[in-house]
Design a protein around this ligand. Sequence first.
Ligand SMILES: Nc1ncnc2c1ncn2[C@@H]1O[C@H](COP(=O)(O)OP(=O)(O)OP(=O)(O)O)[C@@H](O)[C@H]1O
Length: 368
Amino acid sequence: MAYDLQLTNVYKTYDNGTPAVIDFNLDVEKGEFIAFLGPSGCGKSTTLRMISGFETITSGDLMIRGKRVNDQLPEKRPTSMIFQNYALFPHMNVRQNVLFGLEVKNMPRDQANRKVDEILEKLGLSAIANMPTARLSGGQRQRIALARSLVVEPDILLLDEPLGALDANLRKSIQNELKLLQRDLGITFVFVTHAQSEALALSDRIVVMNAGRIEQISPPRELYTRPCSQFVARFIGSNTILPGTVVGQEDGNVILQTAFGHLTGANRAGVDVHAGREMSIILPAEAVDLVPADVPEDEMRANFGSNAISCTIEKLQIVGHIMHMIVRFADGNQINVEGHVDKYRDRLKAGSRAFVAWNPSNATVIDN
Ligand SMILES: Nc1ncnc2c1ncn2[C@@H]1O[C@H](COP(=O)(O)OP(=O)(O)OP(=O)(O)O)[C@@H](O)[C@H]1O
């Protein structure tokens, strides 16, 4: 399989000794939308800059379309980069900003003008083509930066927090535009963000990084429902983490002895789950079923096995079609649960007792 982009055993240690990226491995197919997600300082921008050529690689291989490009200059690589501050030229108008990249490449004037017209049209910028960029709004500046990167027809577009400077509403609408544009063009996008909602909304796969290392590479939904490390379980979505000790396996599910008795979850990671191993059940908020305390025990058992933890409903709040609930376990810990109003409205009351229950296949057992 020929990949658009491959990083194999890539390391980056800065001259001052900071190990910023450690053994990074990723294969990206043409047309994929990849997000690098993680807390500040985890190595996202360093990795992006190594792909663009603005940062050197300490060791490992960087391949673009099957060719090793470790030592190729940025302007020779088939990549384009958009920075958070857009780096537009304030003394040039919109058209001149977009034209600049083609002038650097010495493209004949007629051909360059045609390409600029096309991309300005595509991004809805034709009407403001002759305006100086300094006077434009954040959204317009963002679009100009996009036009300037795309006009050179890169194989891979690299975006470093490109929506970070925009307010929440504009961010949402530009997110949608960006996704549509990426589908339309079929170009590979690699996008750096520390906003999980953005990564979940936009990407085909998310690379979660922590302290220079990759924690998990998964499509958004899988990351949300099947985190495979403690870091990811805490960083993404809303998970309840129930630590315990393995006592055995049953029907592909792992049984843990926990503070709430025997509880079960799926062994998705395929790890060796010998008795005595310290592990945790990761229970995503959307996998939780809140069951009134008066449901007969045999019905509970048939639906959830031993997966029922007694709790008190502290608070109910309806927002649109969703009921948000806060429940408290006997050990004092609180968790958030949410579900469709129709399911819960007539069954649960604030202050009453209930069970937090789940089907074991919707929870995952991972190492502590
Ligand atoms: N030029 C540099 N020289 C030395 N250390 C650096 C340099 N640039 C980044 N670092 C360090 O490398 C590590 C990774 O930084 P990087 O900017 O890649 O993280 P990041 O995930 O993009 O963070 P942020 O979201 O804050 O931009 C950090 O410890 C950072 O302090």
